[in-house]
Design a binder for this molecule. Structure first.
Ligand code: UD1
Ligand code: UDP
Length: 395
């Protein structure tokens, strides 16, 4: 059996890696050795618990108000001995967090091939998102296998002269994860959320908000809080739910403006099944999250993205996602338009799914099998979006 080590540390990596871990565990060509860095703690454990994933190695690196360099140093240091001891045949990393880049570098330095899931996303601005754009470019430099979620991402890699035979389009595993949980419509553990199911059925509107990006922390995030508070005050028929990130810096910025508003419900981070249920109930989604930009379009929900750019242009092109930046007045205006103008709403509320078909994990495992000489790749994901040869369908 080939030893394959998925390494991850934050909530979004755990969600997107879960279908891959499940596929590896079900495949007798592989011994799957899950390593978590613990860059996140509660938010990571919440996802692993949902998907029944028990890590083989846990570096438990988290520190309150950790800096990027603390995460980087503690991950590389902790992985060095694990990699030395276990000697995996390949490592799998996901996305653009400091965990993923540190794990890719540590593995590369040990001579272990790296498979990069969700490779090739680019905002083309090194400082936004920060530090994720740099992270994903660095990881591309040290990876042996580039698993691009869409043909747009593939084309980005090919333009950077990454060898074509090492790039393979899989779809995004977030859609595998979403399809696994969204049909379950799990009951909410918080009674106030459960009550929203009835309010939405009775015609009240629901705005779901998430924010956490480092480049938005501080004044921009205080403005998000003020804009949401104004929306709640001026729209008594609207309920707002904000499952707030565990980061104390985020809480200090966004929460003060929302105190005392009866139609604003602030919750702890929701278990993935509950959060996707909430998305399915929502009228509009206001977010700076990467993963939420990929999930909500598949559920036919308009997404207003509080960023200046995105490395996920596919749903923007499809019309379901709009970039609105973080200006307080603009946030207020854009949400208000969607709440009041049915034509504007209908134009964005189209269920589109450019990000995957639920088979991304199976494709990923087939490509890792080929990398390790124990199988051949499945046909690639066909999204018809890219510009390169073989785009539609992918070859
Ligand atoms: C990180 C990732 C970002 C990803 C986000 C997902 C990097 C550089 N950033 O954000 O790409 O979009 O995670 O949420 O890797 N905390 C807890 N418990 C938790 C999680 C966080 O207490 O379960 C607190 C800790 O005080 C921690 C702080 O939140 O120090 C910030 O966590 P961190 O992972 O460093 O956040 P970001 O870098 O902002
Ligand atoms: N999510 C969740 N519970 C919540 C909020 C978000 O499970 O309370 C999920 C969401 O569905 C998405 C992921 O967390 O899959 C996104 O994580 P985050 O926004 O923290 O990171 P990003 O995607 O921006 O890197």
């Amino acid at each position: 059996m080939k030893k394959v080590m998925p390494i991850f540390g934050t909530r979004p990596e755990a969600i997107k890696m879960a279908p891959i871990v499940q596929a590896l565990q079900a495949d007798d060509r592989f011994e799957c050795l899950v390593t978590v860095t613990g860059q996140h703690r509660e938010m990571l454990d919440q996802v692993n618990e949902l998907f029944g994933i028990v890590p083989d190695h846990d570096l438990n690196i988290i520190q309150s108000r950790q800096t990027l360099n603390m995460v980087l140093a503690r991950t590389v240091d902790g992985l060095d001995s694990v990699l030395e001891r276990v000697q995996p045949d390949a490592v799998i990393v996901q996305g653009d967090t400091t965990t993923s880049t540190a794990a890719a570098l540590a593995s590369f330095n040990c001579g272990i091939p790296v498979a990069h899931v969700e490779a090739g996303l680019r905002s083309f601005d090194l400082h936004s998102p920060f530090p994720e754009e740099a992270n994903r470019k660095i990881t591309s430099q040290v990876s042996s296998l580039h698993l691009a979620p869409t043909s747009v991402a593939r084309d980005n890699l090919l333009r950077e002269s990454v060898a074509a035979e090492t790039v393979y389009v899989t779809g995004n595993t977030v859609i595998d994860a979403l399809l696994e949980v969204v049909g379950l419509r799990v009951p909410f553990s918080d009674n106030r959320l459960q009550a929203l199911t009835q309010s939405v059925a009775d015609g009240r509107r629901l705005l779901v908000v998430t924010t956490h990006r480092r480049e938005n922390q501080g004044e921009a995030m205080r403005g998000v809080g003020r804009a949401v508070a104004r929306l709640a005050r001026e729209n008594p028929q609207l309920d707002v739910v904000l499952p707030v990130h565990k980061n104390p810096v985020v809480r200090e910025a966004v929460l003060p403006a929302l105190e005392g508003l009866v139609n604003v419900l602030v919750t702890e981070p929701l278990a993935y099944g509950e959060f996707t249920h909430l998305l399915a109930l929502s009228t509009v989604v206001l977010t700076d999250s990467g993963g939420v930009q990929e999930e909500a379009p598949g559920l036919g929900k308009p997404v207003l993205v509080m960023r200046e750019n995105t490395e996920r242009p596919e749903a923007v092109t499809a019309g379901t996602v709009r970039l609105i930046g973080t200006d307080e007045e603009r946030i207020y205006r854009e949400v208000t338009t969607l709440l009041r103008d049915q034509n504007a709403y209908d134009a964005m509320a189209q269920a589109v799914n450019p990000y995957g078909d639920g088979q991304a994990a199976a494709r990923t495992v087939s490509a890792v099998a080929e990398l390790l000489g124990v199988g051949t790749r499945l046909p690639q994901f066909r999204d018809g979006l890219g510009e390169g040869p073989g785009t539609s369908p992918c070859t």
